[in-house]
Design a protein around this ligand. Structure first.
Ligand SMILES: Cc1ncc(COP(=O)(O)O)c(C=O)c1O
Length: 386
């Protein structure tokens, strides 16, 4: 029996909300609708205590102190707050990042460059990994911040953040990591990894869209200038009435991810390997993008020679996956991440990203593999040398 279609294998773009998360959120959209900043009645107290609980759940997942969690609208805002917030607090200096970061970090750095900050964009190797020695060499007397993601959103490659974190500590430089894709999937410990700032979003971990958090170390205190001014919420780092239902969802999503992390790693990792084996066994001229082992267990990114990925995706109406990254898919240029690995335009343009997640099954994976093989075969027949 065929699985129900369309089959969703684009879990790096976003994930469905887990039913358990939804159930926890719903009362905060109806009966418990209070403003968490209302101090004078039980509606406000109820909302405030739900936010406090969520703060603990988020903090527990990354071994942080609850008071160091600042709720935001998602990882784009968290990245902006981390990078620009530190820069504006210091008023000048040098920032180190790397070329395969998400646009939220890269464009924040570019904006700061316009204001006179000096930015170093480090290269990665052909597997997409950054060499910690390159970070060490780049650190100068005026370096204020290093920002390196923990896992890439296109190729799933993991960066050696623990090494980089300790290196930054030893040189007295702040370390920010965009952990959007890895939080809840891999163990993360801000203490063990010397992390000062860490970006989180709920919608990549079976929580709702439009809510996230930034971990901001308070001991020793990281100085940060707010991006959004107003009522002084979130210890004046992020003003605005709190999105209580979303925050409750983020908290529960973190708690659940912590509970299932180990079993999900094995199960989803096996599914990813099954998909990879079937694709490689049945198609020639397919190339894996990114490090073979140092990658997110749900990620498979491949270039399929002579099979234009846009045409392939159009033919695969029954499978939801993406070419390159969803965040940049409005642009038709080849992915800057794949180009940074040294891929030709042809291979970068003919790439597809599979993101397997909590709700995928073996039947779905077998179906997806069969359909991809079928449609690549058809495309190659029509245009054997395209
Ligand atoms: C690595 C990374 N950083 C930041 C973001 C932005 O997250 P949000 O959608 O919560 O703004 C994404 C989302 O695609 C991402 O994958």
């Amino acid at each position: 029996m065929s699985p129900q279609t369309p089959i969703y294998v684009d879990n790096h773009a976003t994930t469905p909300v887990d039913e358990r998360v939804l159930q926890d959120m719903l009362p905060f959209l109806t009966d418990h609708f209070g403003n968490a900043a209302s101090r004078t009645h039980s509606y406000g107290w109820k909302a405030e205590s739900a936010v406090d609980r969520a703060r603990e759940q988020v903090a527990d997942l990354i071994s942080a102190q609850p008071k160091d969690i600042v709720f935001t609208s998602g990882a784009t805002e968290s990245d902006n707050l981390a990078v620009k917030g530190v820069a504006n607090a210091r008023g000048g200096g040098h920032i180190i990042t790397q070329v395969t970061e998400h646009h939220a970090v890269l464009d924040s750095c570019r904006a700061l460059e316009q204001k006179g900050f000096r930015i170093t964009y480090l290269s990665v190797d052909s597997n997409g990994r950054l060499d910690p020695e390159a970070v060490e060499t780049a650190i100068a007397d005026d370096t204020i911040l290093v920002s390196v993601m923990s896992a890439n959103n296109e190729i799933g490659v993991l960066q050696p953040i623990e090494e980089i974190g300790w290196l930054c500590k030893s040189r007295n430089v702040l370390f920010h990591t965009d952990a959007t894709q890895s939080v809840g999937k891999l163990p993360l410990d801000v203490e063990a990894s010397g992390i000062d700032l860490l970006s989180i979003t709920a919608h990549k971990m079976y929580g709702p869209k439009g809510v996230g958090a930034l971990y901001v170390r308070s001991r020793p205190r990281v100085g940060l200038v707010a991006e959004i001014d107003g009522g002084g919420h979130e210890r004046s780092m992020r003003s605005g009435t709190l999105n209580v239902s979303g925050i409750v969802g983020l908290g529960r999503a973190c708690e659940l991810s912590g509970e299932v992390m180990a079993s999900e790693h094995t199960r989803v990792g096996d599914l990813r390997n099954r998909l990879k084996e079937q694709i490689f066994a049945n198609l020639d001229n397919v190339f894996l993008n990114g490090h073979p082992t140092e990658r997110l267990y749900g990620n498979l990114n491949v270039s399929i020679s002579n099979a234009d990925s846009e045409s392939l995706l159009m033919r695969l109406g029954d499978v939801a996956l993406s070419s390159g990254s969803a965040c940049t898919s409005a642009a038709l240029e080849p992915s800057y991440v794949l180009k940074a690995l040294g891929l030709s335009n042809h291979l970068a343009q003919n790439s597809v990203r599979f993101g397997l997640g909590r709700f995928n099954t073996e039947e779905e994976v077998d179906y997806v593999a069969r359909r991809v093989v079928e449609e690549v075969g058809r495309l190659r027949e029509i245009s054997p040398t395209s």
